[in-house]
Design a protein around this ligand. Structure first.
Ligand code: DC
Length: 217
């Protein structure tokens, strides 16, 4: 990698535990944690707020070109604001869950957000979680993990969080799209978290990164 900063890429299906693992890894290793899914959710939230049909690609792209998207950081975690409004809880709504995969399949949306994701590395070492981080956003990083879990476990995790989220449908849409589908990136180490407590997954992730040559902090 030509940049001086390093990226840990974590991909995996919905509710596989990758966000929690990424947060804990970030605090153990002193990295900024970037939640790339929040960016796709934020654009989806704005599209729905404007009353645009997410499957009307031309209208989505037109709205995207009018939005001001600010990707920042707060307390070591990525943050996102659209047209000056900082978004958080609203990104987990049922409407966003049900439409985000449609918006995330639009190539112009991905191009715009991938550029923002890459720019975090200009100033920070990051752990970034998503669907295409090891395959598209940072294909050159040697530090790639894929966190998996059975569909049953993932559905139960979402229900426990009180969230209505058709994880299987979202995964099917995310894995079958033409542009940057969810897949195990070349060189990624797969960790199945179905039967593990989160701290166990984090320990395995840290050991794996060290084996791969991680030497920061
Ligand atoms: O990680 P998440 O469940 O919050 O992501 C929400 C959606 O965003 C996911 O269903 C697909 C899309 N996404 C994506 O296409 N690429 C990423 N790198 C991250 C998320």
């Amino acid at each position: 990698m030509s940049q001086k900063h390093q990226a840990v890429a974590i991909d995996g299906p919905a509710a596989s535990g990758k966000s929690t693992v990424a947060k804990k890894l970030a605090s153990s290793l002193g990295l900024v944690m970037v939640n790339s899914g929040a960016m796709y959710r934020a654009v989806t939230w704005q599209i729905l707020k404007e009353g645009i049909d997410p499957s009307d690609q031309a209208s989505v792209v037109d709205a995207l070109n009018r939005m001001t998207i600010d990707c920042g950081m707060s307390g070591g975690l990525s943050s996102i604001a659209i047209n000056g409004r900082l978004l958080s809880e609203e990104l987990r709504s049922q409407e966003v869950n049900g439409n985000v995969s449609i918006v995330a399949a639009i190539p112009a949306v991905r191009d715009c957000l991938v550029a923002k994701q890459r720019s975090y590395l200009d100033h920070n070492d990051v752990v970034m979680e998503g669907r295409d981080i090891g395959s598209v956003v940072f294909p050159e990083t040697p530090f790639k993990l894929y966190i998996d879990a059975s569909e049953e476990v993932r559905r139960a995790r979402r229900a426990k969080d009180g969230e209505a989220d058709a994880v299987a449908l979202r995964d099917a849409q995310d894995s079958q799209r033409k542009t940057a589908p969810l897949k195990v990136a070349n060189g990624a180490v797969v960790i199945d978290s179905s039967e593990m407590a989160i701290d166990e997954v984090v320990d395995i992730a840290i050991q794996t990164l060290k084996k791969l040559g991680w030497s920061h902090s």
